[in-house]
Ligand binder design. Structure first.
Ligand SMILES: Cc1cc2nc3c(=O)[nH]c(=O)nc-3n(C[C@H](O)[C@H](O)[C@H](O)COP(=O)(O)O)c2cc1C
Length: 185
């Protein structure tokens, strides 16, 4: 299974990235067959906002040439996308918002349809529900298969790993994924 992780925090090794890594480490310990992991931090990636030119309606690809192009290729190649965002004012970070808006180019002919997805959100205290809702609505629009959402709390770098509920949520998402894979066999 080809897994792509996308961490949407400006901090490469922040809480979002650390919770995603916790989840993928659990995956590596499990007996998922042919696990191929590609991990990407959106920090430093150039993802401009959608221009709403709607040219993608005809071509199925985005005319804006920046790092979105290679990220889109990676998304299209993956079976499971783990996308995480830090909670910024009760919603996704700007970088994640730019990325999800740019996938409009993949939406017209549902190029992401059927891909599995685990949405992840980390806040200091609150706002993860709304943030996860943004990610879930996006995934549903693309007709992706939402496995289970994961959220946690932390403020300073690494604090999220002290959040037992976050670790449990990650393990539960993995359990759900394993069940899903068994059904597919
Ligand atoms: C611009 C900004 C907005 C934030 N808004 C919220 C918020 O609405 N609710 C909250 O609980 N934490 C908020 N936080 C705190 C972050 O969600 C928290 O520090 C989280 O761990 C960041 O994840 P990261 O380390 O991956 O960047 C905000 C932080 C920043 C920088």
């Amino acid at each position: 299974m080809r897994v792509l992780t996308l961490s949407g925090s400006p901090l490469k090794k922040g809480n979002t990235s650390q919770l995603i890594t916790y989840l993928t480490k659990q995956m590596e310990k499990s007996d998922i067959q042919d696990l191929k992991l590609t991990s990407l931090s959106l920090s430093g990636e150039k993802i401009s906002p959608c221009k709403a030119c709607k040219k993608c309606m005809e071509t199925g690809s985005c005319v804006v040439k920046d790092d979105f192009q290679s990220i889109a290729k990676k998304m299209l190649k993956s079976d499971l996308i783990i996308i995480g965002s830090p909670v910024f004012f009760h919603d996704v970070s700007g970088q994640v918002k730019n990325l999800i808006d740019r996938t409009y180019s993949l939406w017209h002919d549902r190029q992401l349809k059927g891909k599995k997805i685990i949405p992840v959100a980390v806040s200091a205290a609150s706002g993860e529900d709304r943030t996860l809702e943004t990610l879930r609505i996006w995934a549903q629009a693309h007709e992706m298969k939402i496995i289970r959402s994961v959220s946690g709390h932390g403020y300073k770098k690494g604090e999220v790993l002290k959040d037992e509920e976050a670790r449990t949520a990650a393990k539960n998402a993995l359990r759900e994924l394993m069940g899903e894979l068994q059904i597919e066999e």
